[in-house]
Write a protein that binds this ligand. Structure first.
Ligand SMILES: C[C@@](CO)(OP(=O)(O)O)[C@H](O)COP(=O)(O)OP(=O)(O)OC[C@H]1O[C@@H](n2ccc(N)nc2=O)[C@H](O)[C@@H]1O
Ligand SMILES: Nc1ncnc2c1ncn2[C@@H]1O[C@H](COP(=O)(O)OP(=O)(O)O)[C@@H](O)[C@H]1O
Length: 285
């Protein structure tokens, strides 16, 4: 057995998502301000003779479609290497939740292979591999630093220090929210993006309450229309006095209940779990 590398693959929350109307190329220009979260998958990469992918508790999709596997294949092609590694995904981030789990696993594989092969994970080649796999992947290459991204939400523009934010991630039962369908629902009834400036000022001041107040996501109404679990989560969170503000995670279906402190976030998560929902109290990294 060869060298072994273990990489943490954090979940993300979009503190701000401002999607523009669909472009002629089919996608949407988007301004996204994302922060890494303490909830994470763990990706273990080990040098072996035969390449393999193992996922626990269970694989969300066939191996050829798994973003971690696709990242490994794309890295091998870009850096002209033979893929001689086993990859083990220990998954804790739920799928189709808007938490970026698959994208984060992919970025963790890119980072791990860069370490093994002596390459720069923030260099242009690794960035290009990340972008080719999905809009969320480049964000995760730094391991969850708070970043403002432009382009299709895939071009890092500026990093921020983020005040510690406590939140309960809440997911009502039922089917998740596929990203593509949410963007399609947005096209039917586009919503204007909120101003970004109040969030930038709040982050610069490291003012947590002002950051919470300035969070925004203009995919919210689209996600509510295409995923009943989203509306259900917002309706329940509105009854919870410890929640300062609910915020849709990306394209859903998870909603982040932003709270004033860890204790409040833990209480909201416990209340959500007591009614059979998936929930986890987390903090920004
Ligand atoms: C909404 C966001 C917010 O961070 O994340 P999630 O909620 O999925 O985590 C992202 O924009 C999603 O990024 P990601 O999940 O990587 O999606 P991708 O694989 O790039 O794209 C999936 C599909 O979403 C649509 N899409 C995605 C990004 C974009 N700027 N415009 C789009 O129209 C396209 O139909 C595309 O085929
Ligand atoms: N390693 C992976 N972990 C989770 N989902 C993956 C992975 N690779 C591919 N996928 C597929 O990608 C889709 C979206 O990934 P997911 O992690 O749920 O992100 P998000 O909810 O942020 O859009 C899922 O439906 C799943 O089938």
């Amino acid at each position: 057995m060869g060298r072994l590398i273990r990489v943490t693959a954090p979940a993300k929350v979009n503190l701000y998502l401002g999607v523009s109307p669909r472009t002629e190329r089919g996608k949407h220009l988007a301004t996204s301000l994302m922060a890494g979260l303490s909830l994470h998958d763990t990706v273990t990469i080990q040098e072996t003779k035969e390449p393999s992918l193992t996922c626990t508790p269970d694989a969300p999709c066939p191996q050829a479609q798994n973003l971690a596997w696709r990242a490994a294949e794309a890295m091998a092609e870009t850096f002209r290497r033979r893929l001689k590694v086993s990859i083990v995904l220990d998954k804790r981030i739920p799928s189709e939740a808007g938490l970026g789990g698959g994208s984060s696993d992919a970025a963790a594989v890119i980072r791990g292979l860069c370490t093994l092969w002596g390459k720069d994970p923030l260099g242009p080649d690794a960035q290009e591999v990340a972008r080719s796999l999905g809009a969320d992947v480049p964000f995760f290459l730094t391991g969850g630093e708070t970043l403002l991204l432009g382009g299709y939400g895939d071009v890092p523009e500026r990093s921020f220090e983020c005040p510690e934010l406590a939140m309960a991630l809440v997911r009502a039962p039922g089917p998740g929210a596929p990203t593509k369908e949410c963007y399609r629902a947005f096209d039917e009834e586009p919503r204007q993006a909120a101003p970004l400036e109040p969030l930038v000022s709040a982050l610069e001041a490291l003012d947590a309450p002002a950051v919470i107040a300035a969070t925004a996501n203009n995919l919210t109404e689209a996600a509510e229309r295409c995923c009943p679990a989203v509306g259900e989560a917002f309706a329940w969170l509105a009854t919870q006095p410890r929640v300062v503000k609910p915020l849709l995670c990306g394209s859903g279906s998870c909603v982040a209940a932003l709270c004033a402190c860890d204790e409040d976030a833990a209480a909201v998560a416990a209340a959500a779990r007591s009614q059979g929902w998936w929930s986890e109290a987390v903090r920004t990294l």
